[in-house]
Design a binder for this molecule. Structure first.
Ligand code: PLP
Length: 398
């Protein structure tokens, strides 16, 4: 009989020749357990998803409760479904008042697609400005605004009329003009290896968009829901986007995304033609029930207030001389080494020793650290000690 691993390799689509092939049985809190009961500390939260850790009981309960009532009833936006309505209400209540209309999607990439389309419809313009080293997803529109040629060249032709600018480069803001429909930017760039923009730059970007009538789309698919120490990352910069993109932690472990705009902007989808964006499963009732429960736990348990202290612990305990830099904000950090080869060896050893981490799509010499926000101080100190030992084992610092 074939093992699960062999079946996986035979029947499940592969996108690299070197999948991790870890086989897990269950997950709880910050730990994921393999079939032998070995615990791995999830130091990347399934890439920014499991902010509350795994299998939070209130989220699991909300899912079970909703499954017992109903699952899919109708394509998005027709029936009044309690979980969607309550979740949108909660999001609108915690967002600035100009962001008061929520369109739920299946994923982050679909939120990007919807937002780019909305910006074109609302402004009547076609040009889009995006950023070098950005990552917004893997669908055609999202690839078009990705700032890395290597990953998209095989898919051309992509969307036309896209200009790329560099983070923190003030003179390049001139490239945003009265022809620009929108500017799309990750509030804190993730796959670039966690790049935090200057506040002055973000404010100048906001002003430039307002001056020329371009919509500012902030992608917080990785950065929202407390990950950076604020509920939303744009709060660090004292600006508000015209369209906000959410996914990953939004669903508390279930798949859901959203683009949020002003009700006046979102109204552009209602005319000429109607049905400006269509999705069957977007805002699935079970996912919305899970997302609402996750958001309530995040706020009720005051998890965000613990993030700065946890960042400080990582910066205090990860002090190996082979580390070139620790970049980022809150629990969205990149630990940079001299080379990919060294980073990869350290990551492999960490995984062997029960610490799950990885590298970034556009920054292969940096290790990702984005643990669940619920991680305890002691768990963090223990994880740092294992990472330090892995670095020690591989790095030649003499
Ligand atoms: N935007 C950012 C900043 C992301 O990090 C990701 C996924 O990693 C996406 C968009 C795409 O999200 P999804 O994989 O749900 O399509």
């Amino acid at each position: 009989m074939l093992t699960l691993r062999q079946l996986f390799l035979n029947n499940n689509a592969q996108t690299t020749h070197f999948p991790l092939l870890l086989e897990f049985e269950r997950a709880e809190g910050v730990y994921i357990y393999d079939a032998d009961g070995k615990a791995y500390t999830d130091m990347i939260s399934g890439i920014g998803v499991s902010n509350l850790g795994h299998s939070n009981p209130k989220v699991v309960q909300a899912i079970k409760h909703q499954v017992d009532k109903y699952m899919h009833l109708m394509v998005y936006g027709e029936y009044v479904q309690t979980p969607q309505v309550r979740f949108a209400e909660k999001l609108v209540n915690i967002l600035p008042k100009t962001l008061n209309s929520v369109y739920f999607t299946n994923s982050g990439a679909e939120a990007v697609e919807g937002a780019l389309k909305l910006a074109k419809r609302f402004t009547g313009r076609q040009q889009i400005v995006a950023f070098h080293n950005s990552y917004h997803g893997s669908s055609h529109g999202a690839l078009s605004v990705m700032g890395n040629e290597e990953f998209k060249q095989a898919y051309r032709p992509l969307l036309p009329g896209i200009k790329f600018i560099t983070l923190n480069n003030l003179p390049q803001l001139e490239l945003i003009t009265e022809q620009t429909a929108c500017v799309i930017l990750e509030t804190i760039q993730g796959e670039a290896g966690i790049r935090v923009p200057d506040a002055a730059y973000m404010q100048a970007l906001r002003k430039r968009c307002t001056d020329v009538g371009a919509l500012l789309i902030l992608d917080e698919i990785q950065a929202a829901f407390g990950r950076t120490g604020k509920l939303f990352a744009f709060e660090h910069f004292d600006i508000v986007p015209d369209i906000l993109l959410l996914a990953k932690a939004l669903g508390g472990g279930m798949p859901v995304g959203a683009f949020v705009a002003g009700v006046d902007v979102m109204a552009a989808f209602k005319e000429n033609p109607i049905l400006g964006h269509i999705t069957t499963f977007g805002g699935h009732p079970v996912c919305c029930a899970a997302g609402l429960a996750a958001l309530e736990v995040l706020l009720e348990e005051n998890l965000i207030s613990t993030v700065a202290e946890k960042e400080a612990i990582i910066r205090k305990y990860l002090t190996h001389p082979a580390i070139r830099q620790i970049r980022g904000k809150g629990l969205m950090l990149a630990v940079e080494f001299d080379s990919f080869e060294l980073n990869k060896k350290i990551i492999d050893t960490c995984i062997e020793n029960g610490i799950i981490t990885d590298w970034f799509l556009h920054c292969s010499n940096a290790m990702r650290l984005a643990p669940p926000l619920v991680i305890s101080k002691q768990q963090l100190i223990d994880a740092c000690s294992i990472i330090n030992k892995a670095i020690d084992f591989h790095a030649d610092t003499n």
